[in-house]
Ligand binder design. Structure first.
Ligand code: HSE
Length: 444
């Protein structure tokens, strides 16, 4: 059978990785796909660079429109990222009857519903394994491998840059700024690292996973997003003393009231496998009602790991492109006319446990005042530590772990605690998840 022709838009890190892996493993890939997969044309503004990577047998153009309209191209790979141009090109490719493979998580999390609807109308596939957690086949696992399950929750370390920073802070006792500089020096963090450290990149990825796990539309605008910039060495240290590590987690959970969709620093027990995922690596835990907990671990970025996912999609599309569109795996795992409108819960209604740290005068009655405020709001304390005051000081750090409570209650409690005359400054609040069942810590 003749090879299938592919057009590649963007020959940066992942694009050149895709080219290299396709070339190196072409025989094995063809044996799996049933035919060869050939990159026929590449679009990149840096034409000379593209020529150097691709050699003389591939058409090179600076105009991506040449790729999405090329009559011999069956699959378009979009690897330029961003929202505007990438969206126009993907919609144009779909309009021209091309299947699309993309790593563009920001675009799918924001405009996925529109893009999938266009693909549906045209009977083409939009595949996006590389959009979430680089080389980890988590989309395949959620969409196909776990298809028997009612998925209860998904929690993942899905931003390698933040995980590297948190690992450096814990292992070397660095503060946030120093660890960030280290990440930048090693080329992990972007020059503008906001997407990584403010949790935005992770929000894109958890939004996509929530859609597939629960059969809901992409709803990035409803995701709660909090990054790691305010975390201190002290909190990482105290969490460690209590048997926890702090990770930036993307979490999505099915509850009786709606779907939780959130990204924030989270204490998780040190003994969990996922707590031991260090450096730039990614890992995702999925809890299904039948299978229980499953854990997926691997490289969340990088040229060849991400190319591994891009090529897996190319093989899938190559195998399935002649199939009746109704018999393919739906984009969001569930049939498009059977998506659920179960609401995303506002963060104030999310129920979880909390780590609280505050600085207070070391005198009689202070703890009683604090615990009274918590008790009045039905917030139960799971653990508490009061540090010895430093020599000559009359103020102490108090650290508390709460049982489950709704976020609205903890916010109200914090406001009241901060007003106590014996409490100095703000209360630090970090959410805590046990990750061992549907509910973190059972309330007493
Ligand atoms: N910037 C991302 C990370 C990689 O640090 O994990 C691409 O999603």
């Amino acid at each position: 059978m003749k090879p299938i022709n592919v057009g590649l838009i963007g020959v940066g890190t992942v694009g050149s990785g895709t080219f290299a892996v396709l070339r190196r493993n072409q025989e094995e890939i063809a044996r799996r796909a049933g035919r060869g997969i050939v990159i026929k044309i590449i679009a990149d503004l840096e034409v000379d660079k593209a020529r150097k990577i691709a050699g003389d047998d591939t058409l090179i153009t600076a105009d991506a429109n040449d790729v999405v309209t090329h009559p011999d191209v069956s699959i378009v790979i979009e690897l330029i990222g961003g929202l505007t141009t990438a969206k126009e090109l993907i919609l144009k490719a779909i309009e021209n009857g091309k299947h699309v493979v993309t790593a563009n998580k920001a675009l799918l999390a924001s405009h996925g519903t529109e893009i999938f609807a266009a693909a549906q109308r045209k009977g083409v596939m939009v595949a996006f394994e590389a959009a979430v957690a680089g080389g980890i086949p988590i989309i395949k696992a959620l969409r196909e491998g776990l298809t028997a399950n009612r998925i209860e929750w998904v929690a993942g370390i899905i931003n390698g840059t933040s995980n590297f920073i948190l690992s450096e802070m814990r292992n070397k006792g660095l503060d946030f700024d120093t660890a960030l500089k280290q990440a930048q020096k090693l080329g992990y963090a972007e020059v503008d690292p906001a997407f990584d450290i403010e949790g935005i990149d992770a929000a894109h990825k958890i939004t996509i996973m929530a859609a597939i796990a629960f059969g809901i539309p992409m709803q990035l605008d409803k995701a709660y997003t909090e990054g790691i910039t305010k975390l201190t060495r002290e909190d990482i240290h105290y969490a460690g003393e209590l048997g926890y590590r702090i990770k930036l987690l993307g979490i999505t959970k099915r509850t009786s009231k709606g779907i939780e969709l959130r990204v924030h620093p989270t204490l998780i027990p040190s003994r969990r496998l996922i707590a031991n995922v260090e450096g730039v690596m990614n890992a995702i835990v999925v809890k299904g009602d039948a299978v229980g907990h499953t854990l997926y671990y691997g490289a969340g970025a990088g040229a060849e790991p991400t190319a591994s996912s891009v090529i897996a999609d190319l093989v899938d599309v190559t195998r399935m492109h002649t199939a009746d569109p109704k018999h393919r795996v739906p984009h969001l795992a569930f049939q498009p006319d059977l998506l659920s409108n179960i609401p995303i819960l506002p963060m104030e209604e999310v129920e979880t446990s909390y780590y609280l740290r505050l600085r207070a005068m070391d005198k009689t009655g202070v703890l009683a005042d604090i615990t009274r405020i918590l008790a009045e709001l039905n917030i139960s304390i799971g653990a508490m530590v009061q540090k010895e005051p430093n020599e000559g000081e009359d103020k102490v750090d108090i650290i508390m772990l709460t049982h489950l409570t709704v976020e609205r209650n903890i916010n109200y409690a914090i406001t009241k605690i901060e007003k106590l005359p014996a409490v100095m400054g703000n209360v630090t609040r970090i959410r805590l998840e046990e990750l061992n069942s549907n509910h973190p810590i059972k309330n007493n």
